[in-house]
Design a protein around this ligand. Structure first.
Ligand code: GLN
Length: 231
């Protein structure tokens, strides 16, 4: 799936690697195509409408579920955004219909009768214990409310916006290097610190080993996104 600048997120990863002389290769895995969980460092699942999600869910289960589990077990980064986040979990329930997810994380999403949760959002995230909390700013638009299982940890704490279900105060999920979030539009260009964390984690190197870049524009984008969210 691909919506709200999902491709822009991939472009951001590609550029930040290229600017540092790091080789980057993007491989798409479309409907019906298999997924080799041992062949890549980072796996990205974008967002989509409910209709697209049905198709992708079927395909994920038939062709990609096992590959994604192999990838997660070997510590590869798996990032799911919005619809992709929902499908990382156990299921997405729409009325009497239950769309199964790949079950990488114990989360369940239920399509709510109420209003869609839409707007600019900012969350506080602590990706590595002992490092200062950072802000992720973005945009959310989802009808589903996502509930985390008892042993699951959220990605962050909502500072502004709705988050997983509009009232828990939590956003996203994080289990090891598997991350799900409702923030898109576009997540990584507005939060390059996360892009760098993903690159370093995927390559299994210390983030301090990544050459610094001139992030003047990116910092402005981050400040703008925070401001839009009311921070
Ligand atoms: N279809 C899902 C929902 O509305 C996800 C939407 C999206 O990816 N923007 O909850």
């Amino acid at each position: 799936m691909n919506i709200y600048a999902d491709r822009g997120n991939l472009l951001m990863l590609e550029r930040r690697c290229a600017w540092r002389g790091l080789d980057f290769k993007l491989t798409a895995s479309g409907l019906g195509e298999p997924l080799d969980g041992t062949a890549h460092d980072l796996f990205y699942l974008g967002g989509g409408q409910d209709r697209d999600q049905r198709l992708c869910a079927e395909d994920l289960l038939a062709h990609k579920r096992e590959g994604l589990h192999i990838a997660a077990r070997r510590g590869a980064v798996v990032l799911g955004v919005c619809g992709g986040y929902q499908l990382l979990g156990s299921s997405y329930v729409l009325g009497s219909e239950e769309i199964p997810g790949v079950g990488l994380v114990d989360v369940r999403t239920v399509r709510h009768e109420g209003p869609r949760l839409i707007g600019n959002v900012a969350i506080e995230v602590e990706l590595d214990p002992g490092t200062p909390a950072r802000v992720l700013a973005g945009f959310e638009n989802h009808g589903g409310r996502t509930h985390l299982g008892a042993d699951e940890r959220p990605l962050g704490r909502v500072l502004r916006g709705h988050g997983n279900d509009g009232h828990s105060g939590f956003e996203g999920v994080r289990r090891g290097n598997v991350i799900g979030t409702y923030l898109h539009g576009p997540l990584l260009p507005k939060n390059v610190w996360l892009a760098d964390w993903l690159i370093a984690t995927a390559l299994r190197i210390d983030i301090a080993a990544l050459a610094p870049l001139d992030d003047a524009f990116e910092d402005l984008a981050h400040v703008g996104a925070r401001r839009a969210a009311g921070l």
